[in-house]
Design a protein around this ligand. Structure first.
Ligand code: GLN
Length: 284
């Protein structure tokens, strides 16, 4: 009788332990030793794609997206803040597993790193002081004083403008002050981030020229031959088809998202002329 009692006690005890383990696992899923910790670089000055709150928390379109990808792909994300200019070389040196920071897919960058399928449709815009009616396209930028962010596609573009005098800045938002002060004639930078900065940063006296200079797509960047790229691509595909992508897009831009190409090769930056419906529909 005593022996049977002991067995029951053991059984109940084991069952109790098992239940406790299951409960712990569902409360703390990241303690799962099989969860891969993905080191992701980001530059939290590219608002609203990445924003560093006073509390230190990271937020933004890119942050929501990579967290959602991690959820479906079974990764845990560890963010590392880096200046945008150092992002490509950090990936190349494999010091991080990936980077998400509104990084445009370009032929030049594809020589040293890899990209996921495009996750955001973007483009470069010209920003001028409100009263400036002369600058409206590539040709009218010739010989002008132009501000750009160092290491960005805007900086590369500005180099192709004949006789332009280029000032470089470490992070995007800094150059608007120079434009307002009259130190430069125009800024060449990513349209969405610029429109967002003007509206939400309450910058008065500057405006975005509606004709974009380029068509660009952002991709999640990884070192070449990354073992995580397939899972990241599958994650993006899942979020596009299950409505999560649309939800995140609406949250940050209050717009329906446009169609995206399904491979990086179809999303390489190119010059373009003409009005962008994205910009005209802008209301966030
Ligand atoms: N999209 C631009 C680029 O890739 C700028 C990105 C950024 O400033 N974070 O160069």
């Amino acid at each position: 009788m005593k022996l049977i009692n002991l067995k029951w006690q053991q059984l109940i005890l084991s069952l109790g332990c098992l239940l406790l383990m299951i409960a712990c696992k569902s409360f703390y899923p990241t303690t799962n030793p099989n969860t891969k910790l993905l080191k992701v670089a980001t530059d939290p000055t590219f608002i609203p794609f990445e924003i560093q709150r006073a509390s230190g928390n990271l937020e933004g379109f890119d942050i929501d997206l990579i967290n959602a990808i991690a959820k479906v792909a079974g990764f845990a994300v560890q963010f590392e803040s880096l200046p945008f200019d150092g992002m490509i070389s950090t990936l190349q040196a494999k010091r991080v597993d990936a980077a998400i920071s509104g990084i445009t897919i370009t032929t030049e960058r594809l020589k040293t790193i890899a990209f996921s399928r495009p996750y955001f449709k973007a483009g470069l815009a010209i920003t001028v002081r409100e009263d400036n009616q002369n600058i409206k396209d590539f040709n009218s930028l010739k010989g002008k004083k132009i501000a750009v962010q160092i290491g960005s596609t805007g900086a590369d573009f500005a180099k192709t403008i004949p006789n332009a005098k280029i000032s470089t800045f470490n992070s995007g938002p800094e150059f608007f002050q120079d434009l307002l002060n009259g130190n430069v004639d125009a800024v060449v930078s990513d349209a969405f981030a610029t429109l967002y900065a003007i509206k939400n940063g309450k910058l008065q006296g500057i405006r975005v020229v509606a004709d974009l200079l380029t068509q660009e797509y952002y991709g999640i960047a990884t070192p070449k031959d990354s073992p995580y790229l397939d899972a990241i691509n599958e994650g993006i595909a899942t979020l596009l088809s299950n409505g999560t992508y649309k939800q995140i897009y609406l949250k940050w831009f209050n717009l329906d998202p446009p169609q995206l190409p399904d491979s990086w090769a179809l999303g390489i930056e190119k010059r373009q002329r003409g009005r962008s419906s994205l910009i005209l529909n802008f209301k966030f």
